[in-house]
Design a protein around this ligand. Structure first.
Ligand SMILES: [Zn+2]
Length: 231
């Protein structure tokens, strides 16, 4: 193919030279010069073609570089939910193993509040620490792994016309026992208005918490849902 093209280009140049005796004078007995001129012609033609193709591919100034991005709002991201259990009686937990097996035991040696904690705000929920003046603890502060299941729970509760109440989240001091995952912000205590606690327990399970406990409560606190996450 290439040989054909070169050969026909060679013939054209040869023809050209025959019609211009002055040039022939220099080149007739000089095959090297002839080939040189042929190669020069072919090279120049290629350069012009490459340039023309390149120019034609430069996008016009008014043409957008890409389609406008259609970003989905983070609130609209639908996460697949777990199947709701048929029942979730008070005093039971799910899965039916110890919390330290499901969510992992506390390890304050590797825990770093600045690195591991985040702040969740959602006006659809009620936050205990926004409604008392007794302490400096903040119920919006949770472990990063807690963010998604907590926000999903707020969403699912709101969809049922109820209000989630976040009673306790990150608790570095006081109240909870030394092995409590609240000390790493990996546990929350939840109640709700306008909905049975058992339904809230089911929702917490659906929302993706790693361990959900429908607690009877004690003298210090009433029945509530304690839900925790793995790191
Ligand atoms: Zn708790």
């Amino acid at each position: 193919m290439l040989a054909d093209v070169l050969s026909s280009a060679f013939d054209s140049v040869d023809l050209f030279l025959r019609h211009f005796p002055r040039l022939m004078y220099h080149t007739h007995h000089n095959g090297w010069m002839k080939r040189h001129i042929v190669m020069l012609s072919v090279g120049c033609t290629s350069a012009v073609v490459v340039f023309a193709v390149g120019v034609s591919r430069i996008p016009s100034r008014h043409q957008p570089k890409h389609e406008p991005l259609d970003m989905t709002e983070i609130e609209d991201v639908v996460m697949p939910l777990r199947q709701a259990p048929a029942s979730f009686p008070r005093g039971t937990y799910r899965p039916n193993i110890r919390e330290s097996e499901a969510s992992g035991a506390i390890d304050l040696g590797t825990f770093s509040p600045g690195r591991d904690l985040t702040y969740v705000e959602d006006e659809r929920a009620w936050w205990e620490s926004d409604n008392d003046n007794g302490d400096t603890e903040c119920d919006h502060t949770v472990h990063y792994s807690m963010r998604l299941p907590l926000e999903t729970t707020i969403q699912l509760v709101a969809e049922r016309g109820a209000v989630l109440k976040v009673q306790d989240a990150y608790r570095p001091h006081l109240i909870h026992n030394p092995k409590s995952l609240h000390k790493e912000g990996r546990a929350v205590d939840l109640t709700c208005n306008n909905m049975p606690l058992e339904d809230l327990a089911k929702i917490c399970w659906q929302a993706g918490f790693d361990w959900v406990f429908h607690e009877k409560g004690s003298r210090n606190n009433g029945p509530h849902i304690h839900a925790s996450v793995a790191r």
